[in-house]
Design a protein around this ligand. Sequence first.
Ligand SMILES: *Cc1c(COP(=O)(O)O)cnc(C)c1O
Length: 394
Amino acid sequence: MDDSYRHVSLWKDVSSEDWEDWHWQLRNRIYTLDQLKQVIELTPEEEEGVAKRDGRLVMAIPPYWAALMDPKDPNCPIRKQAVPVSGEFNIAEHDMKDPCGEDSDMPVPGLVHRYPDRVLFLVTEQCAMYCRHCTRRRLVGVNHGLMNNHEKTFAYLRAHTEVRDVLISGGDPLMMTDAKLAQVLSKLREIPHIEFIRIGSRTPVTMPQRVTPEFCEVVKQYKPIWMSLHFCHPKEVTPRLKKAMDMLSESGVPLGSQTVLLRGVNDDPATMKKLMHELLKVRVRPYYIYQCDMAQGITHFRTSVETGIRIIESLRGHTTGYAVPTYVIDGPGGGGKIPVNPNYVVSVKDGEVTLRNFEGKTYIYYEPGTEKAGAAVGASSNGNGFSSIPDYVP
Ligand SMILES: *Cc1c(COP(=O)(O)O)cnc(C)c1O
């Protein structure tokens, strides 16, 4: 039983049956200043950000997430991702409404077809929680009907035989009922050229109660379904979260994580390394770290690119390879994901490749074709002590 919420007076008498019911979690989300004041002590920036609701992305915080927030610390990473601040109303010079240029790559409303063989299918505008760093804030939290007509999308996908991979996202696909989700998956499974289906979701992280045995039955029925989950801080990996991850893994769903690099939340190597380790412990493979997009009103979350490169540098070689995601910048205006890496190739000259390793030591790799003419071939010793052992002949 999850008793982690009883310290919050607002929910101290809530039964565990209610707490475990994702519909209860949704119905009891925090939307208003008055409700929020019963959970945390607000700073003036937060109070202004919450009160001035017109023109910003809606606030909605599931009780599960709210109970993880530190009521006294405005720098709490859980709190920063959920509570609006006045900074959201600052539009900086380079900010864009549609930073990844998705709208111009939509052949059908709600379907982004940018890469040759795969599409991004936005199925709903709803999320369990609205992340303050949301890059798709122009579309989510309001019902404008953009994503209502799935039939047009299915027709497009049936006609486009080059599409082999569909990423179902939104909003958050887990805001759909199991029946509706099953319907979407079944329609996609009927299309013979679609061989890979994944769901992008943050709901298992912000409201793990959504991962029910019934949901697991749906993903099993349409297997194989992969999931990309959105994690930003090691504090998100709670015992309750672990239970949801176990249920998904044990239903045969390969799990990956996507992390947005956020100032004051995870922009230091120690926090990021801890997050990656916590993810591996719950069988989630770190997939991407995203540079924070230039979306309107989230400049206070952005870091330098150097910060991201330093984080990758601190991971590669220093810890398990599985714990090292790919750091990418979504090319502003529609370039797609562009990997940004520390440079380990020091120089390339006449087939001589000078590399540096994670400790900064250099090594030379000779490309084929750089051998001096007449050099011995098949010499009896290569210096490692193994060459004199004859090959095994049966
Ligand atoms: C991220 C994204 C995808 C999937 O990219 P992968 O690198 O395969 O994970 C597909 N389409 C769009 C528009 C995307 O932004």
